[in-house]
Ligand binder design. Structure first.
Ligand SMILES: [Fe+2]
Ligand SMILES: [Fe+2]
Length: 191
């Protein structure tokens, strides 16, 4: 698979998890029961997959390769890099509020739902900026040799941490989440 297709596929996996988080956030706001282990599994995925597997491809390889060819994307790249950092901090807040909710109960539901909502909105905006602003610039300015280099890194030939073994680890977690998420989002039991 080629670099662009890999990035888009990873965005789709992230979008599916964000959708699941939104579903649980809505249940929280309505005071409806949901399975905490599903929320924990999704938070684990969205906390680890981007920082260890997805953002390094962008920060370490895609962004600098674009900047080697053009300065036109400098502002948007600075914004995206900052959002990677902010996202890492924001998910810590969600996790902390989940702890409060687990120990403190319903009084903490709104705070958790609000942090989830903010996180989901920001991450969706981030992915949209990459897909609609940055990737089109990449398609315009990158040369065949740049794509060969990115393909080789993203398929793990140059950086094993970004390759197939790591991908399969995250795919197993994703499959597990789908198996425990209730319908219509997954195939797990209704709760
Ligand atoms: Fe990103
Ligand atoms: Fe991305």
């Amino acid at each position: 698979m080629k670099a662009l297709a890999i990035l888009r596929q990873e965005h789709s996996a992230l979008a599916a998890i964000l959708h699941g988080l939104e579903f649980i956030g809505a249940k929280l706001e309505r005071g409806e029961h949901f399975d905490l282990k599903v929320l924990r599994a999704m938070l684990f995925y969205i906390d680890s997959f981007p920082d260890r597997f997805h953002h390094p491809k962008e920060d370490g390889y895609l962004f600098p390769t674009i900047q080697k060819r053009t300065g036109a994307a400098d502002a948007v790249i600075a914004k995206l890099e900052d959002e990677h950092h902010q996202g890492m901090l924001a998910i810590r807040v969600v996790e902390q509020r989940l702890l409060h909710y687990e120990e403190g109960g319903a009084a903490y539901a709104t705070a958790l739902a609000e942090s989830l909502h903010g996180y989901i909105e920001s991450y969706r905006r981030h992915i949209r900026t990459e897909e609609e602003v940055l990737l089109p610039i990449a398609e315009q300015v990158l040369q065949a040799e740049d794509w060969r280099e990115l393909d080789s890194v993203f398929t793990g030939h140059r950086d094993p941490l970004l390759g197939l073994d790591a991908r399969q680890g995250f795919e197993r977690i994703f499959t597990h989440i789908v198996s425990i998420m209730p319908a219509p989002l997954g195939v797990g039991p209704a709760n």
